[in-house]
Ligand binder design. Structure first.
Ligand code: ADP
Ligand code: MG
Length: 689
């Protein structure tokens, strides 16, 4: 059966379907209902008590009226079934909602029924517009309601028509199963064909729920199978370099150079790394540690293991500022040991660049620190043994894959300060091993956080001035208008001018992403050296920058920042002896969500808790950055809500990968047909295909 075989399918409708991503019969089957009307719960209006019971009512629109004035303005839509009338009320957005209604139209309202005076009322009900009564009563006990959009409604391709098509398709077509039968049994999943029927023509609520669970499983299973395969290929392909010696450099650094004792978390991360690099297989490890937990020292430890065994190491950071800072830190600690470190960034002169590249290729350079410039084509290593990727959430999976191919498969250490709930991390990054650095170095005083409105600027500046007089330093951060380093500088520049006047006794500097790398470096260095006491900046300082004497972080328009970003910014202070203060300043208009974020920041400094809240607010796609994380857009599954299915899918995927890695058994024939193109698509994305 083909799409064009469907009845009532005009060219215009074909176009509308195509605009909705539906180009085949299978696409249409995969167009799932948004929700269902359970006919058994459609109540006659007269039967409603109005005590807040949740239900669906169906009736024709009798009256559409705007009521009240000013703040009391509201839209009222009165509908009538054959028993009584009911009033739908919208206190907000009435103007837009009104447009979808017309008198005499048949609609379904779903919501809580409450009695006010004479009327049973539903406030902000969910609305479905129905073409005629049969849509509710004809067919099924449970009526699927398909998502609509402009294209579909323009061509009157309503839910009812779509449902009719689905029914017809399912009469003729039997989409093949590809999940192996034992797996269906083990996880109690309906077969594919049946599952489509249960989605589009369900007999009960539990039926369509079961079917949804199957499709979620299917989606997550393919994903986990691809993760398992990637991991397996990495293990097979890459025998790792063996770093057998714990040599002089490592010993000297930890025993004599390092001015502090390692925390428990740092020690255990280092011992994980040591085990990996001696194992004979390639290390692929993620270090998760909150901002300030001291990941850099761990990286240095790993780098020294490489150097002690005659290998080079690469250290990649997402921004130049951060690369430069790492370069300084590493130089400070390691140059005295006679280790040669070079910085490779975007805008160096050609001759300098050639010089650096020659040193890397010749093996004179032991460590190269840089931005993604480090993995560019023309950088050839003499003997690359280890690649460290800092703040890995800022890089794509692709970059990680790219660095895996540099040299002869170096060990890879990625570091992230975006705490992802552990179970989620293990599932997402299951091709990585994970070490978590728990706790911050001792002796730190927790940062005090305050949320203040803009009108308190005077008091805030007064407070800042006292801190500055007392020897502290302050960051003042303005939001980017766009999510890039090419930004609208108006706010930060104006703020800079204002603060120069405000603090005439102190030096104020400005840092932004459009400055040349040397200039940024110079400003940052001045702040590190306390030649500047106030640093006005856009979010370029967000990641990783370390100035222990800085004790104040002011974030302007804090309501515009995401939770994880605020957490990162706050992590810039509280790194030294001083009591530190984070002041989150918000504008006069703050959304509900914005207020929640600010309150959360004031409540806790636990990175994992903040991450969890952020994840809930933004959803996994935005939180991890779908493109960045290598996470596909799931069509039906939700990796946060459906954790449990995810776990099952993962365990099923690994079982199969262990038993039959090439999927050559007859029982896996259909699976292989589906999986191979899926995997190819993903591998392309990983940069491995
Ligand atoms: P992050 O994990 O955010 O990258 P850094 O590596 O920048 O953290 O470390 C933050 C600060 O803590 C640095 O100034 C570093 O020198 C210091 N530090 C790291 N480890 C320890 C430790 N064990 N004891 C005391 N200070 C430490
Ligand atoms: Mg760091």
């Amino acid at each position: 059966m083909k799409l064009v075989d469907l009845p009532n399918l005009s060219t215009k409708r074909i176009m509308a379907l195509s605009e909705s991503g539906i180009n085949s019969i299978l696409d249409l089957l995969n167009f799932f209902p948004r929700r269902y009307i359970d006919r058994t719960t459609v109540s006659p209006i007269r039967s409603l008590k109005g005590t807040g019971e949740q239900t669906t009512v169906v009736g024709r629109i009798q009256k559409i009226q705007q009521q009240g004035r000013g703040r009391k303005k509201r839209l009222e839509v009165i509908i009538r079934d054959n028993s009584a009338t009911l009033k739908g009320v919208w206190f907000k957005g009435g103007y837009y909602i009104k447009r979808q209604f017309s008198k005499g139209q048949l609609v379904a309202f779903f919501g809580k029924a409450k009695k006010y005076g004479r009327y049973i009322t539903m406030a902000h009900p969910e609305v479905d517009t129905l073409s005629d009564k049969s849509e509710v009563e004809d067919l099924q006990q449970i009526v699927p309601i398909y998502p609509g959009n402009k294209a579909l409604s323009r061509t009157h391709t309503n839910s009812k028509l779509i449902h009719k098509w689905q029914k017809m398709i399912l009469k003729h077509e039997k989409p093949p199963e590809f999940l192996p039968p034992p797996l269906l049994n083990e996880y109690n999943l309906p077969r594919r064909h049946r599952a489509y029927r249960m989605i589009h023509l369900p007999q009960s609520e539990s039926e369509y729920k079961k079917a949804f669970a199957r499709f979620k499983f299917e989606e997550l299973f393919l994903f986990e199978l691809s993760v398992a395969k990637t991991k397996q290929e990495v293990i097979e392909r890459q025998a790792g370099h063996r770093f057998k010696n714990l040599g002089n450099h490592t010993r000297h650094f930890f025993n004599e150079e390092l001015p502090f004792a390692l925390t428990g978390g740092q020690k255990s991360a280092l011992s994980d790394i040591k085990k990996d690099v001696r194992s004979g297989t390639q290390m692929n490890r993620l270090i998760q540690g909150d901002v300030g937990s001291g990941k850099t020292v761990v990286a240095i430890g790993a780098i020294l293991m490489a150097i002690d065994n005659g290998y080079q190491a690469a250290f990649m950071a997402p921004t130049e500022i951060l690369a430069e800072q790492h370069f300084r830190t590493l130089s400070k600690f390691l140059q005295p040991l006679g280790i040669n470190i070079r910085l490779l960034v975007g805008n160096q002169t050609n001759s300098l660049r050639t010089d650096i590249l020659t040193a890397i290729e010749g093996g004179n350079c032991n460590i190269v620190v840089g931005t993604h410039a480090v993995i560019q084509e023309e950088v050839r290593f003499h003997r690359l043994g280890l690649a460290v990727i800092d703040e890995q959430h800022r890089f794509g999976v692709k970059q990680r894959a790219e660095i895996l191919t540099k040299g002869s498969h170096p060990h890879v250490l990625v570091m992230s300060a975006t705490p992802i709930p552990r179970s989620l991390a293990m599932t997402l990054y299951s091709d990585l091993d994970i070490s978590v650095i728990k706790g911050l170095p001792g002796g730190r005083k927790p940062v005090k956080t305050a949320v203040r409105p803009q009108k308190k600027h005077k008091e805030i500046y007064h407070f800042v001035e006292q801190e500055l007089r007392d020897g502290g330093q302050a960051y003042v951060v303005y939001p980017l208008v766009e999510e890039s380093e090419k930004m609208d500088l108006k706010d930060a520049t104006a703020g800079y001018e204002k603060l120069k006047k405000q603090f005439p006794d102190f030096e104020v500097g400005l840092l932004h992403g459009q400055m040349k790398s040397e200039d940024k470096e110079a400003v940052m260095q001045q702040f590190v050296d306390n030649q500047l006491q106030v640093l006005v900046s856009t979010t370029v300082i967000e990641v990783g920058v370390d100035v222990p004497n800085a004790s104040i972080m002011i974030v302007e328009h804090a309501e515009r920042f995401g939770l994880s970003q605020l957490h990162q910014l706050r992590g810039r202070i509280g790194r030294g002896e001083r009591q530190s203060y984070c002041i989150l300043i918000h504008g006069p208009k703050v959304s509900r969500e914005g207020r929640f974020r600010l309150r959360k920041m004031a409540q806790t400094d636990d990175g994992f808790e903040i991450a969890e809240a952020d994840l809930k607010l933004r959803g996994p796609g935005d939180f991890l950055g779908t493109k960045q994380s290598g996470l596909p857009e799931f069509r039906v599954a939700d990796i946060v809500e459906d954790q449990w299915i995810l776990e099952q899918a993962k365990s099923a995927a690994w079982d199969i990968m262990k038993e039959d890695p090439q999927l050559d058994r007859p029982a896996h024939e259909e699976l292989k047909k589906v999986f191979i193109p899926y995997y190819k698509e993903r591998s392309k994305f990983y940069g491995m295909g």
